[in-house]
Ligand binder design. Structure first.
Ligand code: AMP
Ligand code: MG
Length: 491
């Protein structure tokens, strides 16, 4: 019977190097069978980018693969074990509703996890049903593809299939499975799990595996585990700066949702900020504002400190010295983040050069945006296109004063107007996946099986910097104040 599940032939192979790790790290697990799968979204662009044969995925066999009813011959599906601090509290977790089918190696040598999300119970499901509802899987597809187009490292979405099953949340909902691709699914939580339940040898195996999968060969490096910590810190600093620069609010920056590869993962209660306000929170479960927009850098630092703790046994045999090394590395996160953020903001303002007054120029603008309830994305877009009307911010004398200072700074750097505009156009998206637009697309798809609204949205949000073809309808701010918008966990 099991043999029949592994019957698919295809032009591409899946490997599974993760199973070279001790069994502590995973459980072999087949996806649950689903009754009547249907392909509702397939990412042709992504498939062609990484040379996955579209012709396979649009057949019955492809559908059987994407819903987990059949697997490639010789593949070894697993669920991964991990732990995590959820809103500050440690829990033992693991893939409770996801199965790693294997790793696909692209022709250029990039190794990508192929994971089914929503494919049934696993040994880590706890009280959950292992399933996912259609709305949240479509949401992840939309936002992850939008993030990618914005130039932000992220897991990708290859397909969404409906399963023909009902899943029960507050109400019965249509079941669905998302096929997610990621550089890997190794999380801070994977290290926390190993630190808590494994031996130092297990920890070293995981660290070595992570180093060889994501970071260059370490044979010539003195302390490879310190290097691992430093590299992860750098990637987080870069990533969080990119989030801040487009107003992305993740919503659940728990340590189990932080990938060591530096990709964004798990688009549950995330959303993009409309009106600029560092206190913005969308998630209904984040009652304390732990993961508010303005708190994201601080929380990333907190998460990295949890990561550093797990590496202590590897950093130095003397614990005191290990702690000093870890503290030293962690204390650099803030500086690195500030640098990436500052340089990103300079680019948003068309600045090629550095001046010590830049932080104050930038903060002044941000404060004014907050005071005049200015839309974050549209403010930078309007500064780029020099269309400074119709917003309270632009009509204020405070802004006029700031504008003079900005213009003087631009003159001082001595670059052409064209060069300034070109840098600003590359750095300021005209379009972001606005929350009300995403909800509208999800409503049409889940309530009326109408995918046109969603596909139209995908068209525009996957070209966010294309100033020549802007559909202004997608630039409108929500009619109601965006701050009242709430998102819910993707379960
Ligand atoms: P998330 O909030 O999606 O990052 O998930 C946190 C943890 O809950 C992970 O271990 C998930 O695998 C698990 N989980 C979420 N939803 C379900 C579900 N429906 N069934 C089983 N486990 C789940
Ligand atoms: Mg998660």
């Amino acid at each position: 019977m099991q043999q029949e599940r592994f019957s698919l032939d295809s032009d591409f192979k899946l490997e599974n190097t993760y199973i070279s790790l001790p069994e502590l790290f995973f459980s072999r697990q087949l996806p649950s069978l689903v009754p009547t799968p249907q392909l509702v979204l397939f990412n042709k662009g992504l498939a062609s980018e990484i040379s996955l044969p579209e012709s396979f995925f649009t057949t019955e066999k492809g559908l059987a693969f994407l819903c987990g009813n059949q697997l490639l011959k010789e593949s070894i599906p697993i669920a991964q074990a991990y732990a995590g601090h959820q809103f500050g509290y440690f829990s033992t977790l693991g893939d409770g509703r996801a199965i790693l089918l294997g790793e696909y190696v692209t022709p250029s040598g990039q190794r990508l996890d192929v994971q089914l999300k929503g494919s049934g119970r696993t040994p880590y499901s706890r009280r959950g049903d292992g399933k996912a509802a259609l709305g949240p899987m479509l949401r992840e597809y939309i936002i992850s593809e939008g993030m990618h187009a914005l130039g932000i490292p992220t897991t990708r979405s290859l397909a969404v299939v409906t399963t023909g099953e009902r899943v029960y949340r507050e109400q019965p909902l249509e079941g669905a499975i998302l096929t997610r691709l990621a550089q890997s699914h190794i999380r801070i939580g994977t290290f926390q799990y190993t630190y808590r339940f494994g031996s130092t040898k297990d920890l070293q195996d995981l660290a070595d595996y992570t180093l060889s999968r994501h970071f260059c060969s370490t044979t010539s490096i003195d302390n490879p585990y310190l290097y691992l910590l430093q590299e992860v810190i750098q990637r987080q600093a870069k990533l969080i700066a990119k989030w801040q620069l487009v107003g992305f609010i993740h919503g659940v920056m728990n340590t189990d949702n932080i990938l060591l590869s530096g990709e964004t993962i798990d688009y549950g209660p995330c959303a993009f900020m409309d009106t600029y306000d560092p206190h913005t929170v969308f998630s209904s479960i984040d009652t304390e504002g732990r993961y508010a927009y303005g708190n994201q850098p601080k929380m990333a630092g907190w998460n990295l400190a949890r990561f550093a703790e797990t590496l202590l046994p590897l950093l130095h045999e003397n614990r005191e010295k290990a702690i000093l090394l870890a503290q030293d590395a962690i204390s650099d996160f803030g500086r690195q983040y500030q640098n990436y953020f500052l340089n990103g903001m300079r680019a948003k303002l068309g600045l090629y050069t550095e001046d010590e007054q830049d932080p104050s120029l930038i903060n002044c603008l941000l404060n004014l945006m907050q005071r005049y309830n200015a839309d974050y994305t549209n403010t930078f877009y309007r500064l780029t296109t020099q269309n400074l009307s119709d917003m309270d911010l632009f009509n204020s004398n405070d802004f006029k004063e700031w504008y003079q200072a900005w213009q003087a700074r631009l003159t001082q750097q001595g670059t052409s107007k064209e060069a300034v505009t070109s840098l600003m156009m590359q750095s300021n998206p005209a379009i972001i996946p606005r929350n009300y637009r995403v909800e509208e697309a999800l409503d049409a798809a889940t309530q009326h099986h109408d995918y046109d609204v969603l596909k139209a949205l995908l068209q525009v949000i996957t070209k966010p910097y294309d100033y020549n073809k802007i559909d202004e309808a997608y630039m409108h701010t929500p009619h109601t104040n965006g701050c009242n918008y709430r998102t819910f966990c993707g379960t």
